[in-house]
Design a protein around this ligand. Sequence first.
Ligand SMILES: NC(=O)c1ccc[n+]([C@@H]2O[C@H](COP(=O)([O-])OP(=O)(O)OC[C@H]3O[C@@H](n4cnc5c(N)ncnc54)[C@H](O)[C@@H]3O)[C@@H](O)[C@H]2O)c1
Ligand SMILES: O=c1ccn([C@@H]2O[C@H](COP(=O)(O)OP(=O)(O)O[C@H]3O[C@H](CO)[C@@H](O)[C@H](O)[C@H]3O)[C@@H](O)[C@H]2O)c(=O)[nH]1
Length: 463
Amino acid sequence: MKVTVIGSGYVGLVTATCLAEYGNDVLCLDVDVSKIELLNQGGVPIYEPGLEEMIKRNRAASRLRFTSNIAESVAHGTIQFIAVGTPPNEDGSADLQYVVAAANHIGRHMNTYKVIVNKSTVPVGTGDKVRAVIAAQLTLRGLNASFAVVANPEFLKEGAAIDDFMRPDRIVMGCEDETASDLLHALYAPFVRNHDRILLMDIRSAEMTKYAANAMLATRISLMNELANLAEILGADIELVRKGIGADPRIGYHFLYAGVGYGGSCFPKDVQALQRTANENGIQLRVLAAVEHANLAQKSVIIHKIKQRFAGNLAGMHFALWGLAFKPNTDDMRDAPSRVLIEYLLAQGATIAAYDPVAMIEAQRVMPHATGLRYGEGPQAVLKQADALVVMTEWKAFRSPDFAEMKALLSQAIIFDGRNLYEPQYLAKQGFEYYPIGREQIYPALIARALMTEPSEQALNLA
Ligand SMILES: NC(=O)c1ccc[n+]([C@@H]2O[C@H](COP(=O)([O-])OP(=O)(O)OC[C@H]3O[C@@H](n4cnc5c(N)ncnc54)[C@H](O)[C@@H]3O)[C@@H](O)[C@H]2O)c1
Ligand SMILES: O=c1ccn([C@@H]2O[C@H](COP(=O)(O)OP(=O)(O)O[C@H]3O[C@H](CO)[C@@H](O)[C@H](O)[C@H]3O)[C@@H](O)[C@H]2O)c(=O)[nH]1
């Protein structure tokens, strides 16, 4: 099938490439000419595992092309996916200017039947807006070409985007046009074992489903974070509590990890946008307001631990930082909790040596003036002379480090762990002060006790 994808960001590139992988003839448009030039030279503007090889393969087979020519892109696909950004306005509502621009492009250039499929996350009613924009352009041109508008929100997660797209839990399809529905069922057939996974519904329900899903997931995280903070005070362990509640199939194990608050390009903005939609309609979403509030507070939880440990005086101190992006396996720095920490430490007069396996170039781009922040070549390299290590992202490579080497490199054996990567008692036995989230905090006194209870080598030999 001939498909156009408008927008070559995280969603657009993954959508276009995965559709090409199944033999479709895909043309990907972006108004950012530098992105298209890079893609046409074989580069990839984002880091997403597996994407580069897949783009290469499909470009080589001429199933995937990139352009900044709008007329060409509209002429190409009967199906036109819109996958442009919907960033937050100042008041938290979704900025629809890029979606409206894409609709205008289509309306200005289309001459035959088109199915306009909106993949961007958009407020309920945007389908009507897109339809009106295209219809107005056609009227201006005195043209009577027919078209359908479909809401097909995307649920992929960065870092696992290809797998999510190739094997979706469900495909939500808000579609009120039979021809469009038939075309999209055919397009998605290879991605779903059976059509039960395609949930056909009206456009408004589909648009709302996207926000409802992110709101539900963000709520789980904020609740777990608040429970973690309480567990820490009560002497309970949130990791055990997580397992205890996850065993209930009504709750489930996924998405129950306490940490430094949710970040990224979706949850923060979508939780806000849904509240704005509610407010505009005279309703308050009190639970979501609390979810957002709790998340903002959680982003400072490590800062409080650091302040407490060092009696608030951080000027002249030096910190090592593992993990910059908002989560592992991505270079996306949008709303990354690490940024809150970096800003705070630098403002206090501390310096930072940071390492992230893939996000350092992007971090430099989004924080060009962060004096006092430098980047290191590897996880161990940034530890040298640091007063403490702070872990902000749970990359696998951080899970089993050489603690003896770390101890030798750090000037103080102290770890603040925003992702609960290690076992507190094990760290105590390694001689580390350790401050995780919602678990036992290993203060200096506890290290002495842990070392005392550790059977000595001599005792083991005697046995
Ligand atoms: N990133 C995710 O994990 C994810 C997952 C699901 C849904 N979403 C939603 O999908 C949408 C896109 O998100 P993203 O992260 O891919 O955004 P992005 O910022 O990575 O990419 C958007 C791209 O669209 C381009 N663009 C803007 N206006 C255009 C136009 N008129 N014509 C052509 N190109 C245009 C931009 O130059 C940019 O390259 C958002 O609504 C987002 O909420 C994102
Ligand atoms: O148990 C958990 C799970 C996640 N997070 C944090 O939550 C944020 C979002 O993580 P994740 O959902 O894995 O990443 P995204 O790529 O932002 O994906 C979310 O946002 C996308 C854009 O809307 C949706 O398509 C996805 O379904 C939805 O999971 C990150 O900061 C994570 O560290 C936690 O703190 N605890």
